[in-house]
Design a protein around this ligand. Structure first.
Ligand SMILES: NC(=O)c1ccc[n+]([C@@H]2O[C@H](COP(=O)([O-])OP(=O)(O)OC[C@H]3O[C@@H](n4cnc5c(N)ncnc54)[C@H](OP(=O)(O)O)[C@@H]3O)[C@@H](O)[C@H]2O)c1
Length: 324
């Protein structure tokens, strides 16, 4: 990408899209094109095609998607499959028709089989059955990464796909029901602190291991991949390191400053025992994450406080416990 290249960031108000915009601006890219959903509904094929015909972006970061926590993914599988399929195929096909030089599609580590060997290598794609609770989302992502691959194979187009691990950071969704693990847990600990609760209860045994990447590290990786990778293979992006959910909740307690107990509700399911990506391919391109989990969580908590994400009024009610 040149500093004056025309770059379209689809989904620029989301967690990932906003981090990409920050990273591009920091590096001096100024010719950025963004559209809100009200200005351009990516589910509208005609509107997307007209937009590409008019704007002719040279580079596209495709970070628009319907994203949600485990409960929403499970409950609304048809919506997750349909909306993710239609929005991404509209963008990818228009980029093809209107000669976009390079497109980077954001997939997810959910595309890998439930029983894939850990750490998960890119080669595990389509090697076994998917996790049923997010099958709709995963199938849409797999179809779209394959569409990029096929445009590359059949027409020699530079359309590539990146599979990030679990992300967190400024701009995350802190909704009490729709959020991912980190923002949901941060909210619960914060609310427990403000209420003066004596304990916070987390689901499961606390022993499953998960990997988390700060979204600004992801954005830096996407710029490296956009600039230095061409090929039909998908690329994982993560830290390559995992922590137990017990370690995560203890770290969160310390950062938020909650001084109560953490209880584990072992009657609730644990889910997969381990999920961590093999990141040797992206590391070979010269990228490494810069945030430790502690620093990343601390920065995210400060951002959430500064941006009024939580209510900061201490409760005058008596002590009680809160569930994570
Ligand atoms: N968050 C994670 O932990 C994670 C992990 C791995 C991969 N990813 C991938 O990274 C990508 C971005 O995720 P994210 O976490 O940044 O999601 P997000 O915060 O929910 O942002 C998604 C953005 O897409 C926009 N969008 C969705 N449908 C649209 C439509 N029909 N027309 C126009 N805009 C539309 C949304 O607009 P509105 O604001 O109007 O809704 C939102 O700004 C996704 O492909 C996701 O699969 C995310």
């Amino acid at each position: 990408m040149k500093k004056n290249s025309k770059i379209f960031i689809a989904g620029h108000r989301g967690l990932v899209g906003s981090a990409i915009v920050r990273a591009l601006r920091e590096k001096g890219y100024e010719n950025l094109i963004v559209r809100t959903r009200q200005e351009l509904d990516l589910a509208d094929q005609r509107a997307v095609s007209d937009f590409f015909k008019q704007e002719k972006p040279e580079y596209v970061f495709l970070a628009a998607a319907k994203v949600g926590g485990i409960l929403f993914n499970q409950r609304y599988q048809a919506d997750f499959l349909y909306e993710n399929l239609i929005t991404a195929t509209n963008v990818i096909n228009s980029a093809f028709v209107h000669d976009t030089k390079k497109l980077l599609f954001l997939g997810s580590s959910c595309i890998y089989p439930k029983m894939a060997p850990q750490p998960i290598k890119e080669e595990s794609l389509l090697s076994g059955p998917l996790e049923p609770t997010n099958e709709g989302y995963a199938i849409a992502k797999i179809a779209c990464l394959k569409l990029c691959e096929k445009y590359s194979q059949q027409y020699g187009r530079d359309f590539i796909s990146v599979m990030p691990t679990n992300l967190y950071g400024p701009g995350d969704n802190f909704h009490p029901e729709h959020s991912h693990v980190i923002p949901g847990m941060m909210r619960r600990f914060h609310e427990a602190k403000m209420k003066g609760a004596t304990s916070v209860t987390t689901w499961g045994t606390g022993t499953p291991r998960r990997e988390f990447l700060h979204v600004d590290d992801l954005a830096a990786a996407l710029l490296v991949v956009m600039d230095s990778y061409t090929g039909q293979d998908i690329i994982n992006v993560g830290t390559g390191e995992d922590v137990t959910l017990r370690q995560l909740s203890e770290t969160m307690r310390e950062i938020v400053g909650f001084d109560g107990e953490i209880e584990f509700d072992t009657s609730k399911p644990d889910g997969m025992m381990r999920k961590v990506l093999d990141v040797s391919k992206v590391n070979a391109l010269g990228w490494r994450p810069t945030y430790s989990l502690v620093d990343g969580l601390r920065a995210t908590y400060s951002w959430a406080l500064a941006n009024g994400i939580f209510s900061d009024t201490p409760s005058t009610q008596g002590k009680q416990s809160a569930a994570v």
